[in-house]
Write a protein that binds this ligand. Structure first.
Ligand SMILES: C[S@@+](CC[C@H](N)C(=O)[O-])C[C@H]1O[C@@H](n2cnc3c(N)ncnc32)[C@H](O)[C@@H]1O
Length: 188
């Protein structure tokens, strides 16, 4: 794809003091591609992670790419929810989406990067009810899924809460069928 944006510098992720941090992979790059396509609609980003090393790694990635960011270490958006209610213009979630035993969900280390529990949906399903509350009237929500997560069901589910969604970009990475779902309020 030729969009005029260079790939961010991320060579520190997944090694050295950031060895317990998810190294950007096909899912991360698919999300970046979807955002590049929509770049003109995107202005501001917030970020959180449950893994403290991932938050520090994100801070380094931001500074390597001349971006100012203050990652917040929290479960999903727990400590930001009341402050951000109805104010988020762009909400991105690349969740742990791999199908795993439920017992593997809930780590604060590298396992948190992939362990999604039943149908790979256990973390995503905790987040989905918060999305209508967080989005501003013109807000957009981007979510990475794999086929096992049943993306159509997620689109139907958020549809019942006033969000219209579609798959805006898909790819195959090894045995993963990845999609970026994009949602906005039905009336906008
Ligand atoms: C698939 S990785 C994506 C990493 C990076 N955002 C990217 O797109 O390349 C999933 C990330 O979600 C974080 N995570 C998992 N469960 C979380 C939770 N409950 N709250 C916040 N972050 C979580 C993991 O620590 C990991 O960094």
């Amino acid at each position: 794809m030729c969009t005029g944006y260079s790939t961010p510098v991320y060579s520190h992720a997944g090694r050295g003091r950031f060895r317990d941090v998810y190294e950007p992979a096909e899912d991360s790059f698919l999300l970046i591609d979807a955002l590049e396509i929509d770049a003109q609609r995107l202005q501001l980003m917030s970020c959180t992670d449950v893994n403290p090393a991932a938050a520090q790694c994100t801070e380094k990635t931001a500074s390597c790419n001349n971006v100012s960011l203050q990652p917040v270490i929290t479960d999903l958006v727990e400590c930001l929810l009341s402050r951000l209610s109805g104010k988020v213009d762009v909400l991105l979630f690349n969740p742990p989406y791999v199908v795993t035993p439920s017992e593997e969900v809930g780590s604060r280390g590298i396992e948190a990067a992939w362990a999604g529990g039943k149908r790979g949906r256990e973390v995503t399903d905790r987040f989905l009810p918060l999305v209508p509350q967080l989005l501003s009237p013109k807000g957009l929500f981007y979510l990475i899924t794999v086929a096992e997560n049943d993306p159509d069901e997620i689109i139907n589910l958020l549809g019942k809460h006033g969000l219209k969604g579609e798959s805006c970009l898909s790819t195959r990475a090894g045995n993963e069928r990845l999609s970026v779902l994009r949602f906005h309020r039905s009336q906008t």
